[in-house]
Design a protein around this ligand. Sequence first.
Ligand code: NAD
Ligand code: TYD
Length: 353
Amino acid sequence: MHMILVTGGAGFIGANFVLDWLTESQESVINLDKLTYAGNLNNLVSLKNDPRHLFIHADINDSETLKKLLSEYQPRAVLHFAAESHVDRSIHGPAAFIQTNVNGTFALLETVRAYWQNLDSDKKSMFRFLHVSTDEVYGTLEADDPPFTETTAYAPNSPYSASKAASDHLVRAYHHTYGLPTLTTNCSNNYGPLHFPEKLIPLVITNARAGKELPIYGDGSQVRDWLYVSDHCAAIRRVLESGIPGETYNIGGWNEKTNLNVVHAICDLLDELQPKENGSYRDQIRHVKDRPGHDKRYAIDARKIERELHWKPAESFETGLRKTVGWYLSNDVWTEQVLSGDYKNWVNLQYQT
Ligand code: NAD
Ligand code: TYD
């Protein structure tokens, strides 16, 4: 029986991926997650009685646990989502980013390499290690620069992007040196359901509804290229199925927007779907101190994955954002549990952490 192992599957993209995978396929998933503040088992509540989903509470640095899992379940692929992922947190406390994104990826690669090297030749050639990374490793663009391609030189600017760049280099080296069949994806900013409200889009939706200020760093002219999370999940499935080992694929939404455009679009949707008694949600916008070293613009050239693997995003920013705002409007309990910290309570009870 085939199965896959996912790291970080209780976080935003990982949980969307696991849910998506088990809708599209009968193949079981081992989901290894440390449950940091960003890991939320409520994201996976619909899988509670699904025998195809096995949740393991562990750190990717815990090589012994990982070794046992690999030997017991013999997954045909490891998909690596686990990371510290928030740029602002990396500015305040970079150590956790090095520990998970660099040391953790290294520990994972070492354990997976040992497992892979002992597989029989058929399984060995079929095996894949898929590493989920970010466009932030390429640094920042000026307004008229062409978007990032897979051959753009790395120039990470934040502790977060530097730690992800280091992990990408390790993955590359494990392919080049040991022949481990790796695939690397570098995607743009994701958005959609289950997004932790510390990142721009979910923060603005939840603050707006709570009557709080909507903080825009600096003048709000910075540009991000937004990718709807289910499009990202579909792209990862495609890369896993048909990607060439050793290759890198950029995944983007072809949706470059300034932060101000994004916040206005959210306010306008909320004005339509849940109007305030007086005025517009735009009245809550406040310009605040800029992020140190704030990257001006990210943009992904996603033509390689379209040309070679026939993937392109299904959602425009307008359709994806409408779905996202709709999801938050229908899932107040999820948001309340995240904001109150309640989502951790049963985890503490269950795992005594
Ligand atoms: P997230 O912060 O929402 O979730 C990360 C998950 O990893 C959490 O469940 C957390 O508990 C787990 N985790 C953290 N440290 C761990 C450790 N040491 N061992 C095991 N599990 C650990 O992140 P996300 O937004 O879902 O991002 C997933 C991946 O995609 C990351 O690798 C990130 O760098 C990459 N990425 C994210 C975006 C984005 O817009 N969110 C864009 C590009 C790339
Ligand atoms: P974020 O969602 O943190 O993603 P990233 O930094 O990885 O791109 O931020 C997206 C953009 O929004 C980024 O330019 C920073 C900006 N931003 C704000 O203006 N205000 C905020 O409160 C946050 C969290 C982000």
